[in-house]
Design a protein around this ligand. Structure first.
Ligand code: ATP
Length: 282
């Protein structure tokens, strides 16, 4: 049930040995009768950015460093998540809100195992799937081929994909105005791509589904379908995380909200309570 995050190309720090091999009391004790799916225990995530030397002679300085085998002095650390602790339970839909750059996406990536913990731990029951508007699909391939590849990547069998293919295409609404599913994805608008990504990911029942801003794209009809699907996914016993700047989507979809600012958990509680407090400040 432990999710040991693997390093990503974004060059964050490698996981520290971290003091929290066992979740702290706040994270570890499940509420009576509820099944924990994600336990985040005193999580810290730091990005390490290698910046270019600036100013006069920077190329010469770089060459000198190479020749002298010195490391770059220009490493900038961004401590994006600073000691976040919470437990998510089966059947919950949890909204994550906060101003730009507060750490929402970083938190989701760390839960998905895409970013390593600098300190602390993430425990998950089942495989978490991160569905972001930037989730990678192949732009040169048709939408239809991406449906198949996306399904395979999520662990669905060919038969399952075949059975669900039309449902995914219909849900996405891609073909509402012509046969776009047979065209390469690079011909899609960003909203169309986001809708297809959501539709592929939502076709499967996930243990833990994390959605980053997916509902912000797409027209009203698609948003309504997405919200309906999130409610179904919740009923099917998964846990859903939704990162959004759209408070209405959060209110319509989530029953609990985490408010993150500057990498810290400012508030964790029922949706209305947390969103109202957030709205008072923004
Ligand atoms: N790949 C990266 N490399 C270095 N720093 C990063 C990287 N991604 C994010 N950061 C930094 O980490 C902090 C948190 O960013 P993050 O994207 O998690 O915030 P966010 O709350 O999702 O923001 P937004 O609402 O704008 O999408 C910010 O200071 C950001 O600059």
């Amino acid at each position: 049930m432990t999710n040991e995050p693997a390093p990503e190309q974004t060059a964050p720090d490698r996981p520290g040995d971290g003091p929290a091999a066992v979740p702290g009391p706040a994270a570890a004790v499940p509420a009576a009768g509820r099944v924990p799916t994600v336990v985040v225990d005193d999580l810290h995530v730091t990005y390490r950015i290698h910046t270019a030397a600036t100013g006069r002679g920077s190329a010469t300085a770089a060459l000198a460093r190479l020749l002298l085998r010195q490391g770059s002095p220009n490493v900038h650390l961004v401590h994006a998540i600073r000691g976040i602790t919470f437990t998510a339970y089966r059947g919950e839909a949890i909204g994550i809100i906060g101003t730009n750059g507060s750490g929402k996406t970083t938190l989701l990536k760390a839960i998905a195992g895409l970013l390593p913990a600098e300190r602390g731990r993430v425990y998950t029951d089942g495989q978490p799937s991160l569905l972001g508007v930037n989730a990678a699909l192949m732009n040169d391939l048709t939408g239809g081929t991406n449906v198949i590849l996306g399904g395979l990547a999520m662990g669905m069998s060919r038969e399952e994909i075949q059975a669900r293919y039309q449902g995914i295409v219909d849900f996405s609404g891609i073909n509402d105005k012509g046969d776009f599913i047979s065209l390469p994805m690079r011909t899609y608008s960003s909203g169309m791509s986001a809708r297809l990504r959501f539709s592929i990911a939502a076709a499967k029942n996930h243990d833990v589904l994390m959605i980053d801003e997916a509902l912000a794209t797409g027209d009203r009809a698609f948003q309504t379908r997405s919200e309906q699907r999130i409610r179904e996914l919740r009923k099917e016993a998964g846990t859903v995380f939704l990162v959004s700047h759209n408070n209405k989507s959060i209110r319509d979809t989530c029953d609990r909200v985490l408010w993150i600012e500057k990498g810290e958990l400012l508030m964790d509680g029922p949706t209305e309570q947390v969103v109202s407090a957030y709205e008072k400040e923004h």
